[in-house]
Write a protein that binds this ligand. Structure first.
Ligand SMILES: [Zn+2]
Length: 205
């Protein structure tokens, strides 16, 4: 797993030691001075799929990781907001788009990097869109023209493929699944993940 872990105590600044606290079963960063235990847990990423006239809005990333590659607007959930609010905020920041959230579309656990992604379907409240500070450009893509080799992350490819399949089948579903890297091949390729626990729940519309 790849996560940032604190080296110094977040309360008093002392260098942490790695130890298994009493009653637990794994190493944690523990402060030898004040005793604070530093838990590392997955982070939430929230974003939107904005559809209009058989097209979807993608942003070309201006920041690392995956600078220059395409993704729907998405980013880390902040304190004091719901997932839907966070998704709308990220969409405003990255695509200068004022959106109304329609419904959750997919939840994906990214086991290797300790993230959980929740992607929502959304529609524009105002037709105007543009590149925010973290985007080089934003562009509408027909489903037949999605830049598959230039998508930013495997989770994005998976979510877009699920949405495209639903639209082609004229069905509405909510998808839950995990990206488990097979530990061979590039972790940037969707081909190298086990997607076997996907659950797709059919919605009444
Ligand atoms: Zn401390």
């Amino acid at each position: 797993m790849i996560v940032d872990v604190p080296i110094h105590c977040l309360s008093c600044g002392t260098l942490l030691v790695q130890k298994i606290p009493a009653g637990e079963d794994r190493l944690r960063g523990v402060c030898p001075e004040c005793g604070k235990i530093h838990y590392c847990n997955p982070k939430m990423v929230v974003g939107t799929l904005i559809e209009q006239d058989d097209q979807i809005l993608l942003c070309r990333r201006a920041i690392e990781p995956a600078v220059g590659l395409w993704t729907p607007p998405a980013g880390f959930l902040e304190m004091n907001e719901s997932m839907a609010e966070g998704a709308a905020r990220e969409t405003l920041e990255e695509a200068l788009a004022d959106v109304e959230i329609i419904r959750p579309f997919a939840r994906v656990d990214l086991i290797r990097i300790g993230q959980v992604h929740e992607m929502f379907l959304a529609r524009l409240r105002d037709p105007q869109v543009g590149a925010g500070e973290e985007s080089l450009e934003v562009k509408w893509f027909c489903w037949s023209e999605i830049p598959w080799p230039d998508l930013a992350f495997p989770v994005i490819e998976w979510i877009l493929r699920l949405r495209m399949a639903d639209l082609q089948a004229q069905q509405e579903q909510y998808h839950c699944g995990s990206l488990r890297w097979k530990e061979v091949g590039s972790p940037m390729s969707l081909d190298n993940y086990d997607l076997g626990d996907l659950q797709s729940l059919r919605l009444k519309v």
